[in-house]
Write a protein that binds this ligand. Structure first.
Ligand SMILES: Cc1cc2nc3c(=O)[nH]c(=O)nc-3n(C[C@H](O)[C@H](O)[C@H](O)COP(=O)(O)OP(=O)(O)OC[C@H]3O[C@@H](n4cnc5c(N)ncnc54)[C@H](O)[C@@H]3O)c2cc1C
Length: 432
């Protein structure tokens, strides 16, 4: 166990970020202690959710051979809902030989991950709530739990979205209502064979679905649905300010979503087994705090590393954990734990997809928020109307239907002046 309560690195939080850092350090032969407040690792952690094969395999090579994965994702689906109808887009691919993503359940997955870290030599202390960072003579020297002090040269903060520890040392502020999303999720059990028939998948493959519109229309909100081995995860994420503005509870929105005629059949006769809720940082480059200081680094959700546009979080958490651990190894080797040495972590982040992708999407979320009615209400409506025209054989002439459809698009203003030349031409042609 830990001698004199002193190790080289302490990591607070055994989620994907913390465990990746712990494994990377343990593999380099460093003395590392990882602590988590949970009695059973992962029991209170929740996500959608998919883990991504690439970054996960960098920490756990060929993990799919032994880890508790649910299904390999082979279909991405987008539901565009109106009040009663839907248009659905599916992308199906073969996973043979190159896996992209897997569904997992966090309670099983997180437990397996921490066991791997322990096998590699990391010390693990569950049921250990960190009250604060231990600061002596102005220096961060470890952590304070309700009963004990633990000392280290470096502390890595991986305590998730609320990160009380990063706030304690002034590196982070609270999120406000506009830059954090509240997510609620339910899990429904369904016999394996029925689930596979229902989603048109085989015993290994699975579906990841995103849901736009319907009860979530006109709000910065999105639904999701994932297939597990013998259960379905369904949930929504909605910006806190939307909930306040619309005076609506997130579980009411989820209930409405489950009752939508295009969603309800997936859950029919399935048994409700779990409810959970969690915050998701908005994941904007503008909200990234300073992620290092003397003797300390911040990783994962605690640093706001989430790419909401692509539903990525665990991969960024794992990658940031690895980069922080590599920096800690460098600092330990030269016995220099100063902010200047640990700034290497930020340089590594800048060269990685974490900062690059967040920069790419710098303006995406503001754009989506500005155009949210168009995206979540008008587009689903137009998509469904298009298929209505295509599929309805009645007494009305097609030309009148097309004209009505095209002029609705033009009047909506959803297409800016630079784009609609083709549509104007089409409208002119249909008028003749
Ligand atoms: C609804 C939802 C859906 C999502 N879907 C996806 C998805 O499909 N794919 C994806 O890649 N990402 C997804 N994410 C994001 C992803 O879950 C997170 O980005 C990821 O879990 C962050 O990992 P982390 O290790 O930084 O934090 P966490 O996973 O939150 O882990 C933090 C850990 O710190 C511990 N802790 C906190 N405070 C203390 C303390 N004071 N003392 C001791 N321990 C403490 C907690 O118990 C916890 O174990 C989703 C998130 C949500 C909420």
């Amino acid at each position: 166990m830990v001698d004199n309560n002193k190790v080289e690195v302490i990591i607070v939080g055994a989620g994907p970020a913390g465990v990746s850092a712990a494994i990377t350090l343990a593999r380099a032969g460093k003395k590392v202690l990882i602590v988590d407040r949970a009695n059973n690792t992962g029991e209170k952690n929740m996500f959608g959710g998919c883990i991504y094969a690439k970054q996960t395999a960098e920490i756990f090579p060929k993990f799919w051979e032994t880890a508790p994965i649910e299904r390999s994702i082979t279909e991405h689906k987008i539901f565009m809902l109106t009040d009663y109808n839907s248009t659905e887009f599916n992308y199906r691919y073969s996973s043979k030989g190159s896996y992209k993503a897997f569904t997992v359940l966090r309670s099983k997955w997180d437990k397996w991950c921490i066991e791997q870290a322990q096998k590699e030599g990391a010390y693990y202390a569950p049921k250990t709530l960190v009250k604060e960072l231990l600061i002596e003579n102005g220096k961060i020297v470890g952590i304070q739990t309700p009963y004990e002090k633990f000392y280290s040269d470096i502390v890595i903060i991986a305590d998730g979205v609320n990160s009380l520890l990063a706030k304690q040392i002034g590196l982070r502020k609270n999120y406000n209502d506009t830059n954090v999303t509240l997510s609620v999720k339910e899990v429904y059990k369904l016999p394996k064979q029925r689930l596979e028939d229902r989603f048109n998948i085989d015993s290994e493959t699975g579906v990841a679905a995103k849901i736009l519109g319907g009860p979530l229309k006109n709000m910065f909100a999105m639904g999701f649905m994932y297939t597990n081995k013998d259960s379905i995860s369904i949930g929504i994420g909605v910006s806190l300010d939307e909930l306040k503005k619309n005076k609506i509870k997130p579980y009411e929105l989820l209930d409405d979503l489950k009752e939508h005629p295009s969603i309800a059949p997936y859950l029919k006769d399935a048994e409700f087994i779990e409810y959970s809720a969690h915050l998701i940082p908005e994941g904007s480059i503008d909200n990234i705090p300073k992620v290092y200081d003397n003797r300390v680094m911040i990783i994962g959700d605690a640093a706001g590393f989430v790419n909401n546009i692509h539903f990525e979080g665990t991969n960024l958490a794992m990658l940031s954990g690895k980069l922080a651990a590599e920096t800690a190894i460098y600092a330990l080797d030269k016995s220099d734990f100063s902010a200047s040495t640990l700034s290497l972590y930020y340089k590594k982040l800048q060269d990685s997809i974490i900062v690059k992708d967040l920069k790419t999407h710098k303006n995406t979320i503001p754009f989506l928020k500005k155009n949210i009615k168009t995206i979540t209400s008008l587009y689903p409506e137009l998509a469904c109307e298009f298929f209505e025209i295509l599929s309805m054989a009645d007494e009305k002439p097609k030309r009148a239907k097309y004209r009505k459809f095209v002029s609705k698009i033009l009047k909506s203003g959803c297409i800016t002046k630079s784009l609609p030349l083709g549509l104007f031409a089409l409208e002119k042609c249909l008028k003749k």
